[in-house]
Design a protein around this ligand. Structure first.
Ligand SMILES: [Ca+2]
Ligand SMILES: [Ca+2]
Length: 407
């Protein structure tokens, strides 16, 4: 039964090895674990797996839009990492053996033909950090069609280890023709079931059959907009043990691209929340992140709430001149919240695109910004677990009246 299932639902990649032989003069013209024999690169006996199931998915450190809808990037963009993907080929007992990565195609989607991409490269992300840096290896220069790019992997860099996650990047240069006065997304898509040519000694199945859509990029508009978007260190909710107390909830990047401007009010809302500003969210603070590392360095303003408050929305007044931007000036901001959540409570923070108060009215590029849902869910037998205990009212009969004890 299991075999029938595989035949029906797994994708068998058929490769015509004859059609694309790799010619060579010496072993150094071939990838690791291959020899140059009769002027052709050949797999060394016993070095390649004879079976593999392959999973292809978005890499752990792929560029992320954080809490924004798109990633807002300056124009023009060179060496833009459109996405990081991971290839894991697995076979029990094949540790230390290899598979071959020969070709792939990718779709570069764009909402406008005013945006053009060039200089596409497929990169082996050696350190797996999702960035194109010095130690990484360009394994193919892409051939761009109208919307698809084909990569033929360099014959010296085509072998990858079985049973580990191998990370790759698709990188390109992008520019927009003419003034940028609106939001025009572009980005990468992969279809693992048809876009890859991988090989090993015998049978290889790609089991990922979901289309992989990477976050879309948009260029910073040059007029009519104020940039208010996720920063690159946008935080994720911590584990419940670290959630209560001061928590970084947002990393933001702001820039005035069309004249000088000043942010006067900073609105923040809780959605999907059983926790409100008040007893459960005791304060919200804004900090400058002067060195851009995602951590706040200098307090801008703190707003505290009283235990009696139960607010879903608050607007924080920014002290005069603190968030003034000259034209082209960029600031990074960290938002922290002081949380006191009880077991079972959830909260999500949101800044909408209509509410921030600017000195000179502009549209916002990058808003709304929304955090993930913070779920405070703990084991009630754990002494650190903050469990809500209801106030108990006991009514005691005493003579003709009664007294109420608040415990
Ligand atoms: Ca890297
Ligand atoms: Ca910092």
């Amino acid at each position: 039964m299991k075999k029938v299932y595989c035949l029906l639902f797994l994708f068998f990649v058929v490769v015509s090895f004859q059609a694309s032989e790799w010619t060579c003069v010496s072993d150094s013209d071939c990838s690791q674990a291959m020899n140059c024999v009769d002027e052709l690169c050949r797999m060394k006996a016993g070095q390649f797996s004879d079976y593999a199931t392959v999973e292809i998915k978005i890499g752990e450190h792929s560029p992320s839009q954080g809490g924004s809808t798109n990633i807002v990037t300056p124009h023009p963009a060179s060496n833009l990492v459109l996405g990081q993907f991971e290839i894991s080929a697995r076979q029990s007992g094949a540790d230390g053996k290899y598979f071959l990565f020969r070709e792939m195609e990718a779709l570069v989607a764009s909402s406008t033909n005013q945006i053009s991409g060039s200089n596409f490269r497929l990169i082996y992300d050696v350190n797996g950090n999702g960035r194109f840096d010095g130690s990484d290896i360009i394994i193919s220069n892409g051939q761009a069609g109208s919307s698809r790019v084909k990569f033929t992997v360099d014959q010296k860099n085509a072998t990858y280890l079985m049973n580990v996650a191998n990370n790759f990047l698709v990188v390109g240069d992008f520019e927009h023709d003419g003034p940028i006065d609106s939001i025009k997304p572009f980005g990468l898509e992969l279809d693992p079931s048809s876009d890859f040519v991988l090989r090993n000694q015998k049978d290889l199945f790609i089991v990922s059959n979901q289309k992989t859509v990477f976050p879309r990029y948009v260029f910073e508009p040059d007029k009519n907009y104020f940039i208010f978007t996720s920063g690159e260190h946008f935080p994720k909710p911590p584990k419940w043990e670290e959630m209560n107390g001061m928590a970084d909830i947002m990393h933001l990047r702001m820039k005035s691209v069309d004249g000088s401007n000043e942010l006067k009010t900073f609105p923040i809302r809780v959605t999907q929340a059983s926790a409100k500003f008040g007893h459960n969210i005791k304060s919200v603070s804004l900090y400058f992140d002067k060195n851009g590392d995602g951590k706040g360095d200098e307090l801008i303003v703190k707003k505290s709430f009283s235990d009696e408050d139960e607010l879903s929305f608050t607007s924080i007044q920014i002290p005069e001149g603190k968030l003034f931007f000259s034209e082209g000036e960029e600031k990074k901001i960290v938002v922290t919240a002081e949380l006191f959540l009880y077991n079972g409570q959830t909260v999500q923070f949101n800044i909408s695109d209509k509410e921030p108060g600017l000195q000179t009215k502009m549209m916002f590029a990058g808003l709304p910004v929304t955090t993930q849902v913070y779920r405070y869910s703990c084991d009630v037998s754990d002494p650190l677990c903050n469990v809500f205990v209801e106030e108990v009212e006991e009514v005691e009969e005493s003579g003709g009246g009664c007294s109420i004890l608040n415990l």
